[in-house]
Design a protein around this ligand. Sequence first.
Ligand code: GAR
Length: 208
Amino acid sequence: MLRVLVMVSGGGTNLQAIIDAVNSRQITNTEIVGVISNNRSAYALERAEHHGIPACCVSPKDYENREVFNEKLLEKVDEYDPDLIALAGFLVVIPPAMIEKYRNRIINIHPSLIPSFCGTGYYGLKVHEAALARGVKVVGATVHFVDEGTDTGPIILQKAVAVEDGDTPEVLQRRVMEQAEWIILPKAIDLIANGKVNVTDGKVSVAK
Ligand code: GAR
C-alpha cells in the first residue's frame, strides 16, 4: 500500500477527489495516511476529519521565522512516514530539505497547462484571471513532480479544458477543477501506486 500524505491550504476539493477515488477504488493500493495544512481554518481539515483521516495544522504564524517553520513542517511530514506527498492546493514554498529528501515523491496539481501561466505569482484564481486576460482558448491542469523551481518539475499528466464565451475567472476555475484537476490528480496517484510512473532525465514515462 502506498502511504499518501496530502498537503492543503484551502477548500480541499482536490483532497475530496482523492478521498472519493480511494473509496471507490479508482485509486488502488493506496492509503491516505494524513493531511497537513498551513492554515488552521482550511475547510480541507474538516473534510479529513469527516473521513477519519489524521489531520493537523503547521502554520508559519506559530514560529519565529521561516527556517524554524520549515524544520517543523519537515518533522511533521516525516512523522507520517509517507511514500508519496500530494500537494493539493498547498500554497506554501516547499522547504529545499524536503524536496531533497522526498525527490520524485512529491507531486503537485497546478491549474494550467504548464509551461503556460505557472511560476511565481501564479496560483489559484490568479492563473485563470491571467488566462482570460491573454485570451487563450484552451486551458487545463497539470500534475508534476516537485523540484527546486516553481512549477518546473517533471510533468506526469495534463488535461486540456476549453474556454467558453462569457467565462469569469471563477467559472473557468470550477470547469478546470471538474474537467481536469479532480481527474488527473487521483489518476496520477493511482499510476504511482501501481508502479507505472518512471522519471528518466527529468522526463516522465507512464507504463501502459
Ligand atoms: C486548485 O485549483 C489547485 O490547482 C490550486 O489551488 C486550488 C486548490 O483548490 N493550486 C495552485 O494554484 C498551486 N500553484 P482546493 O483546495 O479546492 O483543492
